[in-house]
Ligand binder design. Structure first.
Ligand code: PLP
Length: 366
């Protein structure tokens, strides 16, 4: 990325997308999905997914199991869709059974899309998207399945084709290891058809314009050129050099070290069921008497270690340890050591060395 800006109408620039799109398809787990790239962020990708596939006033079923699930639904409401929500406690996974019940009850097919978040970044919960698709099929319902993969893509398996996803979306700043500012979508043939024949008023986020120009490697508007160079490199690193299966295994391994430390400290995970724990972010309940914001200030000021705040409802009582992207064992141990020392110094009953030892044992044994 660190290079002179090239003319986005040049032949040199036109080489990028043909190299990027097949690699991005592998990351999404698709053969026939259509890749669309915008300058923007995950929130822009939410909007693009909805305005292309849904008509104004259409009804969507959205699951709020954390801040981003709730935000996805709220975006839909602001864009003029009728949003029916399934609200479950933070820390719970997307409830496929409740989706099935709602869709079965929708005898007239009013619901046009189901919105879910694959990895809820606020709570550290990864949901089973295959189970959501099976629930939709069991209900015999033909709503589109729109999945936010912002904090899962390129860090854990995503199976667009196998799970029957209609639109999946992501941003550049998480598993793809880039700065913020680019948004990626993958659309199924059905979703693309919905966008060709309908959708809502839109301009910048329209898919058809993009796909037409992309055939020649170009964009209808000025794209974020340098980010595309970065994306090409990130995809080569992930897909061709390390290999996606190894990338996913590394994330499981890094997460395992963090979980071992949290357990050694005797702290609680916000994620209710261990099998839904996210391999990209762990949300931890702060010990009695310690506020999340104070812990964050301490790790930042004392060690230049940046943790995530608890978000929304959990702002004061949780903190988040991120473990995605370019990360290795010693970096995880460094993060664990920083959290451990900060907690200890703030008076939490956390034994110095306990989390570090647990993480080391995990890494040495696995
Ligand atoms: N969805 C999820 C799961 C996220 O984690 C985020 C941001 O962290 C978003 C959506 C919003 O993305 P952005 O902040 O890139 O607009």
């Amino acid at each position: 990325m660190d290079r002179a800006v090239v003319d986005h109408r040049s032949d040199e620039f036109a080489q990028l997308l043909p190299r990027i799109a097949p690699l991005l398809k592998q990351v999404f787990g698709t053969k026939d999905g259509h890749i669309v790239v915008f300058s923007g962020s995950g929130t822009g990708a939410w909007e693009s997914a909805m305005v292309n596939t849904l008509k104004q006033g259409d009804c969507v079923l959205s699951v709020a199991n954390g801040h981003f699930g709730a935000g996805f639904g709220l975006s839909g409401r602001r864009l003029g869709f009728e949003v029916q929500e399934i609200v479950v406690p933070w820390g719970a996974e997307v409830p496929a059974d409740l989706i099935e019940d709602r869709l079965k009850a929708d005898k007239n097919g009013v619901i046009k899309a189901v919105l879910v978040v694959h990895n809820e970044t606020s709570t550290g919960v990864t949901s089973d998207i295959g189970a959501v698709r099976r629930a939709m099929d069991a209900a015999g319902h033909d709503a589109l399945l729109i999945v936010d993969a912002v904090s899962s893509l390129a860090s854990m398996p995503f199976e667009f084709d196998e799970w029957g996803v209609d639109v999946a979306l992501c941003g550049s700043q998480k598993g793809l290891m880039l700065p913020p500012g680019q948004a990626y979508l993958c659309a199924s043939a059905r979703a693309l058809e919905a966008s060709k024949t309908g959708g809502s008023p839109r301009n910048y986020f329209e898919w058809g314009n993009q796909l037409r120009e992309n055939i020649t490697g170009k964009f209808p508007y000025t794209p974020n050129t340098l980010m595309l160079f970065g994306l090409r490199e990130a995809l080569i690193m992930l897909v061709e050099e390390e290999g996606l299966d190894n990338v996913y295994a590394r994330h499981r391994r890094m997460a395992g070290g963090v979980w071992a430390a949290v357990e050694a400290w005797g702290l609680k995970f916000m994620c209710q069921k261990p099998r839904f724990r996210s391999t990209t972010v762990t949300t931890v309940m702060t010990p009695e008497g310690i506020k999340g914001a104070d812990l964050l200030a301490r790790t930042r000021n004392r060690f230049n270690l940046v943790l995530g705040t608890g978000i929304g409802d959990s702002a004061a009582k949780a903190f988040r340890m991120g473990h995605l992207g370019a990360l290795n064992e010693l970096e995880v141990i460094g993060m664990v050591a920083g959290v451990e020392m900060a907690l200890h110094e703030m008076g939490a009953p956390v034994k110095l060395g306990s989390g570090v030892a647990a993480a080391e044992e995990h890494f040495s044994a696995s």
